[in-house]
Design a protein. Structure first.
Lengths: 374, 519
């Protein structure tokens, strides 16, 4: 397989892993943030926890695998984004450290202060990743200040404050409302009784907010200069991100959409799916699957706009990371693709099996008598 | 503060902390599998209750292992960005495969382990438990393949176009002998930890005269599994020593505090007082022949001493400087085939030249004095390695003795007869953790000054980020981890005190069995 095709496949796989994470762990995060609003008693809080209880660990692996895949397939991106977005990453990391313990430890003691503390932790650790991932994505469109020296040592002037431009903050809200919607459809499906009903009742509001913010972000993006390659870049050359020329042009992020009108299907799908979620909200499983589709289409919309850029540099545009000069060697991409083809189907099969075994709604009365429940 | 020191401190702290939870997960997952197998085969419900009770403690520990493990993966990017760039092509792959093949299996199934008891057949649930155990052990395999490559970087080649190491032969990375030996040694250490956990807490119950049926059966499992594992740990630790001797001669010499090369077969220093400044070991008690035989499996192969290895490093630095100089010329003239050939001839020592960067940025102008300092810098901290290793090995032999005793008492049905044995079992609870942490100190601190042995010095691997960021996150981890340790220990103690009856909400007994009988 040619190096060019392999790089394209790994760009697509990067998107698939992100989507896998956002669709599976996304409803966990969304449910955790919604919990204080839809669950009023201790038993209802536990009901929310037990809807995600059997699944969250597997869902979180999508994120860990995403990190591992970036490390293996896009090491330059891994080095640049993780060290560049240092404090933002630390905030996400702190959330991912505390969240598992909030889920597992919360109901292990009857003490109300203990439970209130972990409820607080659960809320914050759901909110932070949902926001930060959006803010980070928003910054990709603006570019961040970084470059490389002759040894390809990465240096950057990114600070936490420099990431908090209004546009990325808006994208953060897009991401948050998207995952809240997804969490609401999940609870509407899995939590029987008042909690599910409350979640269902806020679906229209969340869907409308999400679509409005998504569309505003799209129009706002027109105001920014996008990044474009000024000379064709060899698609099969060794990965060295310092040997190219990049310029910023007005509405550059729409270049792919203008060149390939079929891509418009992705943003159209986002709006259509969100509308469909509202219409289907009385059929909870379908609504949940549709909100998952909206999540996937949102990520695809952003990815199509950015291609072939992975991380644009605002200070030294020529050092931007692209699909063509930031990947692993051909052999590594080949080996890793083989592993994905071999193992990912198994992952999907046993994940589906776990959802099947744990099918059916979670009821408050079952939790009350179950010593093993969270 | 210096970013290299802060980054190393953060990695050491978070890795040692993470490894408080990993070995227990590795060991307990298999012990749960054994217990549930007995339940499925005999149908005796006490074995199901044992699985559930120890499973609850497993769950408290597992969540901590997952939470602290994410830090490890992230850190290669946040704090070790140049490392990630320089070796990501090789090192990233096993980490990604670990997620895909092992961690996914383990994490997806662990939910069913806790929530699936009433939703599946007995065999179905046993399958889930088996997947958790297999997943966590496979996870260790891939992590140790990655770590083994840091100790013995086989199957990779430097690419001057991309300025990094790239995979040349993936099967060499996969079947790295160092990785194989480390894997078996590490998982066996995990099995010892799991066995000791079960043994010690069961001993506590017997001392308190509570939950006798559960404690006796649990102890029997722990005794036999623990004995087999303790034997494995020591034998395969020896295998680790043998494989390390092939490429990490400095680590072996430092562990032995062996300054001068001895005629083969070298003697083993049982105890002594290594003196780093004076380059000698005082009051050494030596056993002839033992070191030579352990590390070379022969009586005539020489084990080189530290002083000779420093001389060798000196030569390799000089050779590496030729590679470094050629690389600079090649950057200006990328198509020059002659320069490429010259680089290939010397590139194996490029990493040694990079050691000089600690002393001056313009290493092409290095003086003989600089080179001598850089060569000296290849000596790791001898006293720390010397003592950590000896303490770890002493723990290993104690485990064999303790589990052998437990096994004998279990076979002769005298597990609760001798109070002194039960107290010793309980008091030994922290030792497997101590041994495991010391083992990592020997392996990783002993690899210094390299992050990838002979290829990339540790100080070059760090990120270009502001040192304050690293300090901030380090303090954050210390505060978070301390708080979480309190919560974890509190819950563990609470559920151990509650015991099986309180945890499961019904008395755990063996119906129709006399107290003496087991299984």
């Amino acid at each position: 397989m040619s190096y060019e095709i392999l790089r394209l496949i790994w760009w697509a796989l990067l998107g698939i892993l992100l989507i896998g994470f956002a669709v599976t762990d996304g409803y966990d995060l969304g449910s955790a943030v919604l919990s204080p609003f839809v669950a009023r008693t201790d038993l209802e809080r536990r009901q929310v926890l037990n809807t995600i209880g059997p699944f969250w660990e597997g869902s979180q692996v999508w994120f860990i695998l995403g990190g591992g895949a970036i490390f293996a397939a896009w090491p330059a991106l891994y080095a640049a984004s993780f060290s560049g977005f240092y404090l933002a990453m630390f905030a996400v990391l702190a959330s991912l450290i505390f969240r598992p313990l909030a889920i597992v430890y919360r109901s292990k003691l009857a003490n109300t202060r203990w439970r209130a503390w972990w409820d607080g932790v659960l809320f914050v650790t759901g909110l932070v990743p949902a926001l930060v991932f959006g803010v980070a994505f928003g910054n990709l469109f603006l570019g961040v200040p970084f470059g490389f020296d002759a040894d390809l040592r990465f240096h950057s002037d990114i600070t936490l404050l420099s990431l908090l431009h209004p546009f990325p903050l808006l994208v953060g809200l897009v991401s948050l409302t998207m995952l809240l919607l997804h969490g609401a459809t999940w609870l509407s499906w899995k939590a029987e009784g008042p909690v599910g009903a409350r979640a269902r009742s806020i679906v229209p509001l969340l869907a409308a907010t999400f679509v409005a913010l998504f569309v505003i972000a799209g129009f706002w993006l027109l105001a920014f200069k996008g990044y474009v390659l000024t000379a064709p870049l060899a698609h099969d050359a060794p990965s060295n991100p310092t040997l190219k020329h990049v310029a910023q042009t007005a509405a550059g992020w729409f270049a792919n959409y203008l060149a390939q009108p079929l891509l418009w299907l992705a943003p159209i799908l986002v709006v259509a799916a969100a509308a469909l979620v509202v219409l289907l909200r009385r059929r909870p499983l379908l609504a949940f699957l549709t909100s998952g589709l909206a999540v996937a289409a949102t990520i695809a919309t952003a990815g199509f706009a950015l291609f072939p850029f992975l991380l644009p540099s605002s200070s030294e545009p020529g050092a931007s990371l692209t699909v063509w000069d930031a990947s692993s060697s051909r052999l590594t991409l080949e080996i890793m693709l083989g592993c994905v083809i071999l193992f990912l189907p198994f992952v999907l099969v046993y994940t589906a099996w776990v959802y099947r075994v744990m099918r059916g709604p979670v009821r408050t009365e079952d939790i009350a008598d179950d010593h093993g429940a969270y | 503060m210096d970013i290299v020191i802060l980054s190393r401190l953060q990695f050491a702290t978070t890795a040692l902390y993470h490894f408080l939870f990993v070995p227990l997960t590795l060991g307990l997952s298999l012990i749960l599998l054994i217990m549930e197998c007995v339940y499925v085969m005999t149908g005796r419900t006490i074995w199901r209750d044992m699985t559930k009770f120890w499973g609850t403690l497993f769950g408290i520990n597992f969540a901590m292992g997952v939470a602290t493990g994410i830090t490890m993966e992230f850190q290669f990017g946040t704090n070790w960005a140049y490392y990630a760039h320089y070796v990501g092509d090789v090192f990233g792959a096993p980490l990604a495969i670990e997620g895909l093949m092992a961690f996914f299996l383990e994490s997806t199934m662990v939910g069913l382990f806790f929530f699936g008891w009433n939703r599946m057949s007995k065999v179905g649930h046993l399958f889930v438990t088996a997947c958790v155990a297999i997943g966590s052990n496979l996870s260790a395999l891939w992590i140790l393949i990655a770590n083994g490559w840091m100790q013995f970087p086989v199957g990779a080649k430097f690419n001057p176009d991309t300025m990094r190491m790239e995979v040349a032969d993936f099967s060499a990375v996969l079947f790295n002998p160092v990785a194989q030996a480390k894997f078996v040694h590490t998982v066996a250490a995990g099995y010892v930890t799991g066995s000791m956990f079960v043994l010690a807490i069961s001993a506590l119950y017997l001392l308190q005269k509570r939950f006798r049926p559960l404690a006796l059966r649990s102890m029997t499992v722990a005794a036999s599994f623990g004995l087999a594992s303790a034997l494995c740990v020591v034998v395969l630790g020896d295998e680790s020593g043998y494989t390390a001797s092939a490429n990490q001669k400095m680590k072996i010499a430092a562990i032995e505090a062996m300054w001068e090369t001895e005629p083969a077969p070298a003697s083993f220093t049982l105890v002594g007082i290594p003196d780093l400044a004076g380059k000698r070991t005082d009051l050494a008690v030596k056993i002839p022949w033992v070191l030579g035989i352990i590390t070379t499996r022969s009586t005539d192969t020489v084990v080189p001493g530290i002083n000779d290895l420093v001389k060798l490093a000196d030569q390799r630095i000089r050779n590496g400087l030729i590679a470094y100089d050629t690389l600079a010329k090649l950057r200006a003239d990328r198509g020059n085939a002659q320069l490429r050939a010259q680089l290939d001839a010397h590139v194996a020592d490029l990493g040694y030249a990079l050691l000089l960067k600690r002393f001056r940025p313009d290493i092409e102008h290095a003086t003989d004095a600089d080179i001598a300092r850089a060569a000296e810098s290849t000596i790791p901290n001898v006293p720390v390695l010397f003592w950590s290793f000896r303490l770890m090995v002493a723990c290993g032999f104690w485990f064999i003795a303790l589990f052998a005793t437990a096994f004998y008492f279990s076979a002769t049905r005298r597990l609760d007869r001798y109070r002194v044995f039960l107290v010793a079992a309980l008091a030994s609870l922290p030792l497997p953790w101590l041994a495991a942490e010391l083992g990592w100190i020997v392996a990783e601190y002993g690899r210094q000054p390299w992050v990838i042995e002979g290829v990339l010095p540790t100080f070059l691997g760090v990120s270009g980020t502001d040192a304050h960021n690293v300090l901030f996150s380090l303090l954050g981890f210390v505060v978070f981890y301390s708080g979480l340790a309190v919560a974890d220990v509190y819950l563990m103690v609470k559920y151990i005190r509650l015991g099986p009856d309180g945890t499961l909400g019904h008395p755990v007994a063996a119906p129709g069995m006399r107290g003496e009988a087991i299984a």
